[in-house]
Design a binder for this molecule. Structure first.
Ligand SMILES: O=P(O)(O)OC[C@H]1O[C@@H](O)[C@H](O)[C@@H](O)[C@@H]1O
Length: 219
């Protein structure tokens, strides 16, 4: 099914099943800044989106990037405190990265999260050196579902879209992968297979990296 030379990893919900912690952190932070943030709003504006886009939508107005960066960092500090004691990689992630390294398949992180969260995860799992390229949410003009972040990661790695496999969990992220013209695999951490299916790129969804590994090693 896949003839890939590079894998572009989303982070939240892909490397780490972190959205349950983001789901707790946003309303706690919302209370501090006078916003009521419920599940429905998070579903629409938060998962897979940059903090800049999320905050503009939650406040319902244009905001300066320096302000959204500052507010986003305050929210992320709450998130990291919540997840730290329970932090673990999604099943099979570390072996999957080893497998890609052995096959000389290049790897990038393409996450809407700020760099502080990406460093937190990659350093905690001791996997940073595996990634040739890291693109964070502050490095793009338009966040997911715009394909810019994946196109940028592919360009920095030096591969055309068709040779880059995107691994995503959010609806905005799967749509961004599709719009980048890349094969896109869904991981069913944040959404079920049924929820992901309508936006998936005629590709498969996987529960975790063990299943994706089986698919790729059968090629
Ligand atoms: O692109 P990714 O890695 O899924 O990141 C998205 C996440 O980025 C985080 O920084 C936001 O606070 C989360 O709420 C959001 O879900």
């Amino acid at each position: 099914m896949y003839d890939i030379k590079a894998v572009l990893f989303d982070m939240d919900g892909v490397m780490v099943d972190s959205n349950p912690y983001h789901r707790k952190a946003w309303p706690i932070y919302g209370e501090k800044i006078g916003l009521e943030i419920n599940d429905k709003l998070m579903e629409k504006h938060v998962y897979g989106h940059t903090n800049h886009d999320a905050l503009e939508n939650l406040f319902g107005k244009k905001l300066d990037k320096s302000l959204t960066t500052k507010l986003g960092e305050e929210k992320e500090a709450i998130y990291r405190d919540l997840i730290r004691p329970e932090l673990e990689p999604v099943d099979g992630l570390i072996d999957f990265i080893k497998f890609l390294k052995e096959k000389d398949i290049k790897m990038a992180v393409a996450s809407s999260a700020p760099r502080s969260n990406i460093d937190f995860i990659l350093d905690s799992f001791n996997i940073k050196s595996a990634f040739k390229v890291i693109v964070d949410g502050n490095m793009v003009k338009s966040g997911k579902p715009n394909p810019e972040i994946f196109l940028k990661a592919a360009e920095m790695l030096g591969f055309p879209s068709a040779e880059c496999l995107v691994i995503e969990d959010s609806l905005a992220g799967v749509e961004a992968g599709r719009r980048a013209g890349m094969p896109t695999a869904g991981i069913t951490t944040t959404h079920s297979e049924e929820e992901l299916a309508p936006v998936a790129f005629a590709d498969k969804n996987f529960n975790d990296f063990k299943e994706l590994f089986l698919e790729l090693s059968n090629k």
